[in-house]
Design a protein around this ligand. Structure first.
Ligand code: ADP
Length: 538
């Protein structure tokens, strides 16, 4: 017997039309050097339809790649919809990548046009001649004052929009590519992930659900996670789908500006990587705000950071786990009912986990070589593997040399994790960041967490350095809070009751700053390179 229900394609234009029809008066705010610009979903919808017309006028192919090179803004949101809703493919370029990587990515994706924020135009323009398929560069005024050369390839966003006619959006095939994103390359070369309309709509529904971000018409959502990175964690689709007001930081990414925007605009939901919240904390501490949730992921969320937010801002941080390859949200650490009345320590420990997979994603831990399942006892670790309708099957550049899917159909994450009996995930490390000491593994993430619970420590990153006897031993790279001093002994004493004796770092180096990747994560690759020749004392 067959079900007798309607069956229509899951396409992004359905999200667009829903927002257009029902949330026309809901505000969209974008920050800039001259203050905020205010608009509404109604205006956004009209402009997005006309942007579809602009893509036609520019002669972008039916499934042409539409590159973007910009901050989080309303215009970026217009592109997020105009490209896929006209059958084209949105390709967000990470403005902080190295020039060679940008060239590689734009050429590999075959971008035909790139929409560039004026403030970052000087980063982009020197590369344009290396991008062989780029025919048009459309400049978006974001308050930046970069000089624009006189070049026929350059046009102005608002001028094009003013001259364009609105178009109808009607995508019929839910499996068409909607957007693409190259992983930022914390490890190795960027790899292209291609999202379909279907995967995006399903991910949107999951991101909306209360076990994830729980966005609704009651919310004012501010994605701090860049729209050029991992889909802005789905917020750019989830907020319009839910009718949540949107606040975009634009180029104003300084911690103080972010904190002020949260307070001034009554932001209720925001999300970004841990280093962002580390910076924002002193500016938000003690201020009156409307926040109900701060989402965080992309790298381990230190327990000390979440607790500092609970104490100083009044709400702890919600940890989520995911990857560019998983659209990206795959699990989240919303506390279950049974823990609501638990003591602070128990709750803090629960929040330090990546949480339970969202409905729609399955997870397992296995021996990476034999695929032998590991016990869900929170002790055994293995490679975390996932499957679900918003997990990638393969990369757009298989020549990147990485096999994404196992023979039995699960996506390899390259993360090492333990799972508790109820399947809550605890990320131990990235495979590449684990420290191999005498044949045993030490989790750099656990050590960093323990070090960052020291009151004088602002940031800590632990990497393995070569050791003649043990193969590798941990080196702790510690950034102290401003004005603080500490000794190696002090840090090690603090760690003694917190970690196994053989995990204690062999040395502590005090550094000014942990090097960061293009999306603000700790760059262990750079640290390892910096300390490659490090001589341990014993
Ligand atoms: P990359 O950092 O490789 O450029 P992504 O931004 O897609 O690419 O990052 C995905 C990776 O980020 C995951 O594989 C994992 O290592 C890390 N990550 C994401 N969320 C968490 C989390 N909550 N805890 C620890 N690590 C996380």
């Amino acid at each position: 017997m067959r079900g007798l229900m309607q069956d229509s394609p899951l396409t992004i234009d359905t999200i667009f039309r829903h927002a257009e029809q029902h949330y026309g008066d809901v505000p969209i705010v974008t920050n800039g050097p001259k203050g905020v610009t205010r608009s509404t979903y109604g205006e956004w919808a009209d402009r997005t339809r006309r942007l579809g017309g602009v893509l036609d006028t520019l002669g972008i192919s039916a499934d042409g790649r539409v590159g973007t090179f910009g901050w989080n803004s309303q215009r970026h949101l217009e592109l997020y919809f105009a490209a896929p809703c006209t059958g084209r493919v949105l390709h967000t370029l990470n403005i902080r990548l190295f020039p060679e990587q940008l060239t590689y990515i734009a050429n590999h994706a075959e971008d035909e046009v790139v929409f560039v924020d004026r403030s970052v135009f000087p980063l982009f323009w020197p590369l344009v001649d290396t991008m062989t398929t780029v025919r048009h560069v459309v400049v978006m005024e974001d308050g930046g004052d970069a000089e624009l050369p006189d070049d026929p390839r350059i046009s102005d966003y608002e001028t094009l929009l003013a001259a364009a006619s609105p178009v109808e959006f009607d995508v019929r095939d839910e499996n068409l590519a909607a957007s693409m994103c190259y992983t930022s390359g914390t490890t190795g070369n960027p790899k292209g992930v291609v999202y379909s309309h279907r995967s995006t709509v399903l991910h949107t529904m999951a991101a909306l659900s209360p076990n994830a971000f729980g966005l609704s018409v009651r919310d004012v959502a501010m994605p701090v996670v860049p729209m050029f990175h991992a889909n802005a964690w789905g917020i750019a689709q989830a907020a319009p789908a839910a009718g949540a007001a949107l606040v975009f930081p634009g180029p104003m990414m300084q911690p103080e500006a972010l904190a002020n925007l949260i307070v001034d605009e009554g932001v209720t939901f925001t999300a970004g990587v841990p280093t962002i919240w580390q910076g924002v904390l002193p500016h938000l501490a003690g201020k009156k705000h409307q926040l109900r949730e701060i989402g965080c992921g992309g790298s381990a969320v230190p327990k000390a950071l979440s607790e500092a937010y609970r104490e100083q801002v009044g709400l702890p941080i919600l940890q989520a786990w995911g990857m560019t390859e998983t659209s990206p949200v795959a699990s989240s650490g919303v506390l279950p009912q049974r823990l609501q009345d638990a003591d602070d320590e128990t709750k803090a420990n629960a929040r330090a986990r990546a949480g339970v997979p969202l409905f729609g994603v399955e997870a397992r831990i296995v021996d990476a070589d034999t695929l032998e399942p590991q016990a869900w006892d929170d002790t055994a670790t293995g490679e975390l593997q996932v499957r679900g309708n918003w997990c990638a099957k393969e990369y757009y550049n298989p020549d990147a040399g990485v096999e994404l899917t196992t023979a039995d159909g699960w996506m390899k994450t390259g993360d090492v994790a333990a799972m508790s009996p109820d399947g809550s995930i605890r990320i131990a490390d990235r495979t590449k960041d684990l420290i191999k000491s005498g044949g045993e593994w030490i989790s750099s993430v656990d050590l960093e967490n323990a070090i960052m619970s020291h009151p004088k420590v602002a940031e800590a990153a632990v990497v393995g350095v070569p050791h003649p006897k043990w193969d590798e031993r941990p080196l702790a790279c510690v950034v102290l809070k401003q004005g603080e001093t500490a000794t190696e002994e002090e840090i090690l004493e603090h760690l003694k009751p917190l970690v196994a004796k053989w995990w204690l770092p062999d040395a502590v180096e005090f550094i000014d700053e942990v090097p960061k990747t293009s999306v603000g994560k700790f760059s262990k690759k750079d640290l390892r390179a910096k300390f490659a020749e490090y001589e341990l004392k014993s």
